[in-house]
Design a protein around this ligand. Structure first.
Ligand SMILES: [Zn+2]
Length: 163
């Protein structure tokens, strides 16, 4: 994202906590409460400072118990058909809460669409290259657009936040 990032230190802290949570299962798969603590702290900070996180980050955390969702380890991922559509259903193994994602490779998240960036581009040159997906999603992004029911473009593997 062009220009200085607001709340840079807070985002760095979020990033650190998120990465620390990923390190826990690698070192001690039994110590899930620690990973959950990191993720819960990360979520609390983001909530308190009203920082928008990348949808990929939000989807890798359980909305019920803040567990880090790693398919096969802390959650299951199943392909389901519903209403004639294919969905990926992700279920947290700690609290059994599930989220559904529509499998539609053509779908673009609102934050990835060019029109979502118009607000931040008006004061820049109109001939700017298409904006890249940065961690801070535009502030005017309605929260509903990235809720669990929203489709996911690719659902093959858990991915780290895109750069
Ligand atoms: Zn959970």
């Amino acid at each position: 994202m062009a220009g200085p990032v607001k709340d840079r230190e807070a985002f760095q802290r979020l990033s650190f906590l998120y990465q620390a949570a990923h390190c826990v299962p690698a070192q001690d798969p039994e110590n899930q409460p620690l990973a959950r603590f990191y993720c819960h702290t990360e979520r609390t900070i983001a909530k308190r400072l009203v920082l928008r996180r990348d949808p990929a980050v939000k989807r890798s955390l359980c909305r019920g118990c803040s567990s880090l969702l790693v398919p096969g380890l802390t959650c299951t991922q199943r392909q389901r058909r519903r209403k004639g559509l294919r969905w990926t259903v992700q279920t947290c193994l700690t609290c059994q809460r599930s989220q559904r994602f529509l499998n539609d490779p053509r779908h673009l998240l609102w934050g990835d669409r060019p029109e979502a960036q118009l607000g931040s581009l008006t004061d820049l040159k109109a001939t700017q290259a298409p904006p890249s997906t940065a961690l801070p999603v535009p502030v005017d992004l309605p929260e509903e657009k990235v809720q669990p029911l929203s489709p996911l473009e690719v659902m093959d593997a858990p991915s780290l936040p895109r750069k």
